[in-house]
Design a protein around this ligand. Structure first.
Ligand SMILES: Cc1cc2nc3c(=O)[nH]c(=O)nc-3n(C[C@H](O)[C@H](O)[C@H](O)COP(=O)(O)O)c2cc1C
Length: 296
């Protein structure tokens, strides 16, 4: 018999702990696997108005990772609801919409519109994007601003709220506690680490936006440490994110307290990676004679 991979993450019941992270997942990935195979999907962060994103180049490969400075390119809330949401609503998995406002008011406006739509299981508040001038990290580095945003969104929707944290802060536990005080049901972490790539001959940065955010295996040990700290400090469940490439990586994050994980850069390397990780989890637990991923 296959091991049971079901997990509960606060109000969310996932068929397995593997969720596709925001910004690295799009409907085109459906050519490589059925989203129903994974525990959940998080959409690219949606903003109130369309965003063209940052100047190219916007992605640079580094040792064991990538630095991106996409800058939240997305068609905006209206087109998202018209063209993307109908696809999302049909998916037989946990459907999470990532939202990003420049201000608390904008976050609230987006949440109120989405509250009236069907087929969304949770919202993830991206207060941690390192690649935009307003919103993102300008909120996520401050406990007060974090609490204010979460509280405003909490009043605008009954949906479960996931708050996604940045590692680019001095005290991540303080920010996590502020998010919980504002009404977060779940904390997810981490977003990317601020980073730079440069051409030594010209002295020029390789990204159009100069800086970007590092993701991939390079960040895994740092993400693991931050997840462990936050999981111990807050009473709400935590989703671990950062450099997860294998089934073993998933179990490591769960061993330090994550209830589920999100996978980003791995899908840039192999679009079918998330489903491979689910299958490997089943094989690994079966080999170890573990019946349920939550009872080890
Ligand atoms: C190309 C790219 C685009 C991303 N866009 C978003 C985004 O729109 N919203 C967000 O919350 N995180 C975004 N992220 C961050 C990922 O969701 C994830 O937190 C981060 O990459 C760390 O996980 P990983 O090492 O598995 O990629 C993006 C990451 C990449 C590589």
């Amino acid at each position: 018999m296959l091991p049971d991979l079901k997990v509960s993450v606060g109000p969310l019941k996932l068929k397995n702990p593997v969720v596709l992270a925001s910004g690295t997942f799009s409907p085109e990935l459906g050519r490589y696997f059925r989203p129903a195979r994974v525990g959940g999907v998080v959409t690219k962060s949606v903003t109130l108005e369309p965003r063209a994103g940052n100047l190219p180049p916007r992605l640079v490969e580094t040792t064991a990772g990538v630095i991106n400075s996409i800058g939240l390119e997305n068609p905006g809330l209206k087109i998202f609801c018209r063209e993307y949401l109908p696809w999302l609503q049909k998916q037989k998995t946990t459907r999470i919409v990532s939202i990003a406002g420049e201000t608390a008011k904008e976050f609230k406006q987006i949440a109120s519109v989405l509250d009236r739509k069907k087929g969304i299981d949770a919202l993830e508040l991206n207060i941690s994007c390192p690649n935009i001038a307003k919103g993102g990290l300008t909120i996520g580095v401050s406990g007060t601003a974090t609490k204010e945003v979460v509280r405003k969104v909490r009043r605008a929707t009954r949906r479960p709220l996931i708050v996604k944290l940045s590692p680019n802060v001095t005290d991540i536990v303080k920010i996590a506690r502020s998010a919980v005080a504002g009404g977060a049901d779940i904390i997810s972490l981490v977003n990317t680490f601020r980073a730079l790539a440069v051409n030594w001959r010209t002295g020029q940065p390789l990204l159009g936006n100069v800086t970007g955010g590092l993701s991939g295996p390079a960040i895994k040990p740092m993400a693991l440490w931050l997840v462990a700290r936050v999981a111990q400090a807050v009473e709400v469940p935590v989703m671990g994110i950062g450099g997860i490439m294998t089934a073993e990586d998933v179990l490591e994050f769960m061993a330090v307290g994550a209830r589920a994980v999100q996978i980003g850069t791995a899908t840039l390397v192999d679009p079918a990676a998330p489903v491979k990780i689910v299958k490997d989890l089943e094989k690994l637990l079966a080999r170890e004679k573990i019946r349920s991923i939550t009872k080890r």
